[in-house]
Design a protein around this ligand. Structure first.
Ligand code: PBG
Length: 327
């Protein structure tokens, strides 16, 4: 019997690292990575987050150092989350200029200037005692339009503190238009909006709840999307683009790479994806057990999110990945 010889040979271009680099379709660079960080009100030292080994709730001082390092590493940005000591029903700490998030924005902006885009999560869940992303009606339901009024005030506070980019993440209808209007109304047409546009209710947010000391009981399924819906995810991104989003985000990343690709193909603004806490924790836990090669898994994860269509990736590994890419 004669052995058929292959007509097309794919292996020639896989023979050496240099040949593989020559034909690689996807790039991964520090400038495409945004580092999400947590800052805890009143913390004298960074506080470790047990479900996210290697990630901390920063003190104001350690946050400043992290921001400087992020700028030096050439990252694309830093996304700030506040962890306040006191919470209330309407999330007052979010709009208070002396609230931890606004103070931290000012700290970081003073530290890095325009060298590193300073971004802020624009949502109430860290600041409300019930843990929801908005204010509640008397009946305990998240009140969309009343929440929008608080988001408008929060956007103005974050812009005044020095945010270059605000990231509305509460999944209220109309939030991008309201935030754009609020910023423009005080002459801040320069502040950009990174809209958490296509955001699914997800079990993979678990470790984040520890990271921000969340008080949520129940879930966010009346405002975050149902994971069974792909077309709706594209519609959400198109709506936010029409409302004035400068970038749109898909979140989580790994379980929604198909949606990410469709969103990339549908909109004409840059697309971000959030490699979230649970995605981070899975790799760290497996690596800690010696079950996977940690650094290879990090780079493969981030590359796959880029390949699926993300121009920008938010990842807790941003600084480390930048170092790995320099080697
Ligand atoms: C809302 C917000 C959440 C995350 C980012 N912004 C939590 C949620 O929607 O439940 C999750 C990020 C992560 O899991 O890494 N403020």
């Amino acid at each position: 019997m004669t052995v058929e010889r292959p007509v097309v040979r794919q292996r020639r271009l896989r023979r050496t690292p240099a040949l593989r680099d020559l034909v690689a379709e996807t790039s991964l660079a520090a400038r495409q990575l945004v580092l999400p960080v947590f800052v805890r009100e009143g913390a004298a030292e960074p506080v470790p987050i047990s479900s996210m080994p290697g990630v901390v709730q920063h003190s104001r001082d350690s946050l400043r150092r992290a921001a400087t390092e992020a700028a030096e590493a050439g990252l694309g940005g830093i996304m700030l989350f506040g962890v306040p000591t006191t919470k209330d029903a309407v999330g007052s700490g979010a709009v208070d200029p002396d609230g931890i998030l606004n103070v931290a924005i000012a700290d970081v902006a003073a530290e890095v200037g325009d060298a590193l885009p300073v971004m802020a999560d624009l949502c109430l869940d860290e600041f409300t005692d019930h843990g929801h992303c908005g204010v509640l009606t008397a009946g305990g339901v998240v009140d969309n339009d009343a929440t929008l009024e608080v988001y408008a005030e929060m956007a103005r506070a974050q812009a005044a503190a020095g945010a270059a980019v605000v990231g509305p993440s509460g999944m209220m209808d109309g939030q991008v238009a309201v935030v754009r209007d609020a910023l423009d109304g005080v002459g801040r047409t320069d502040v950009a909006i990174l809209a958490y546009a296509t955001k699914y209710a997800s079990a993979f947010y678990g470790p984040f709840r520890e990271a921000v000391d969340s008080s949520l009981t129940g879930d966010r399924r009346t405002y975050q999307q149902d994971g069974r819906n792909r077309i709706e995810g594209v519609r959400e991104a198109l709506l936010d683009e029409a409302e004035g989003a400068d970038l749109v985000m898909v979140k989580p990343a790994l379980a929604y790479l198909d949606v990410l690709r469709e969103v990339r193909d549908a909109v004409s603004v840059p697309v971000a994806a959030y490699n979230i806490s649970g995605e981070y924790a899975m790799v760290e836990a497996a690596a800690a057990n010696g079950w996977i090669d940690r650094e290879a898994a990090i780079l493969e994860t981030l590359t796959s999110i880029r390949r699926a269509g993300a121009d920008v990736v938010l990842t807790y590994w941003a600084a480390e990945a930048a170092a790995l890419l320099r080697r």
